[in-house]
Write a protein that binds this ligand. Structure first.
Ligand code: SAH
Length: 257
């Protein structure tokens, strides 16, 4: 394993769900040892205690390719660059724009950038840990953002996942631009899960304003959704008990056999 703070390298860092205790030691070392931190403002704010004395470069939300290109350029200049991103960089994160920026370059120049990707705790597991065992069996993560995927495709994926009886983790359930996506998703969820099937709505997991609310398919639309929220829908064997959202480790057919 190479040194994460060697000169002239780009380290793409998953900072986890927000709470600093959930950042890996390697991520912390790379941030503390870098020359410049690049990121979207929310993520920089979450790691302020680690970057107080650092140069940092703040980007608006959405400017992912520009953020990646600028990070690559700084690494080429010989700087140790920490590009920070929420959760895990390979899950709806900055890994794709970084590899795209490198792919647009001459092969030798790209190889000289010395990229390392440091994984992070993703919102799915950070949220599940607060409420029980919702994801102990097979599950899928689906984003309701139609920025990169047409809505019809998102609906089809959601439908097929529910049909296959996987638990479903929903990222990006709503934003100012698409408040009705969760309602459309709920109509599909209601077709495949019983009204008393468990649902969890986790907001700001591991951050100071963390909330984790348990509900049911029938009751979930009474709650608000925003882009800091993760929603977990159980599989058909999941249930609520003593304030916990439990999915059995054994499939019901095994338990009976
Ligand atoms: N790369 C990130 C996900 C980016 S998509 C990861 O691996 O976690 C952004 C979505 O993640 C948000 O809309 C929300 O659904 C979810 N999310 C991220 N952090 C969260 C947190 N602390 N609490 C609840 N949901 C979170």
């Amino acid at each position: 394993m190479t040194d994460p703070v060697a000169a002239g390298r780009l380290t793409l860092i998953g900072i986890g769900p927000g709470g600093l205790d959930y950042l890996t030691r390697r991520a912390e070392r790379a941030i503390r040892g870098c020359d410049i931190v690049v990121g979207y403002r929310l993520y920089l704010e979450l790691i302020i205690p680690l970057i107080e004395d650092k140069h940092y470069l703040e980007f608006p939300m959405g400017a992912e390719l520009e953020r990646a290109q600028e990070s690559v350029r700084l690494a080429q200049e010989g700087k140790r660059v920490a590009l920070v991103t929420g959760g895990d960089p390979g899950i709806y994160g900055m890994a794709e724009p970084v590899y795209r920026a490198l792919g647009e370059m001459d092969e030798d120049a790209a190889a000289a950038v010395n990229l390392e990707v440091i994984p992070g705790v993703t919102a799915a597991t950070a949220s599940a840990a607060l409420i029980g065992t919702p994801l102990i069996q097979d599950f899928a993560v689906i984003s309701l953002s139609d920025r990169f995927v047409p809505w019809e495709v998102i609906e089809k994926r959601l439908r097929n996942t529910l049909e296959a009886d996987l638990a479903v983790v929903i990222y990006e359930p709503a934003s100012r631009h698409r408040p009705s996506h969760m309602m459309k998703a709920w109509r599909i969820i209601s077709e495949y899960r019983k009204a008393d099937g468990p649902v969890a709505i986790v907001r700001d997991a591991t951050r100071p304003d963390e909330t984790a609310t348990l509900s049911t398919v029938g009751g979930m639309m009474e709650l608000p959704y925003d882009m800091k929220t993760t929603v977990i829908i159980g599989n058909s064997a999941s249930y609520l008990d003593r304030g916990l959202f439990l999915t059995p480790r054994e499939h019901p057919d095994v338990a009976q056999g």
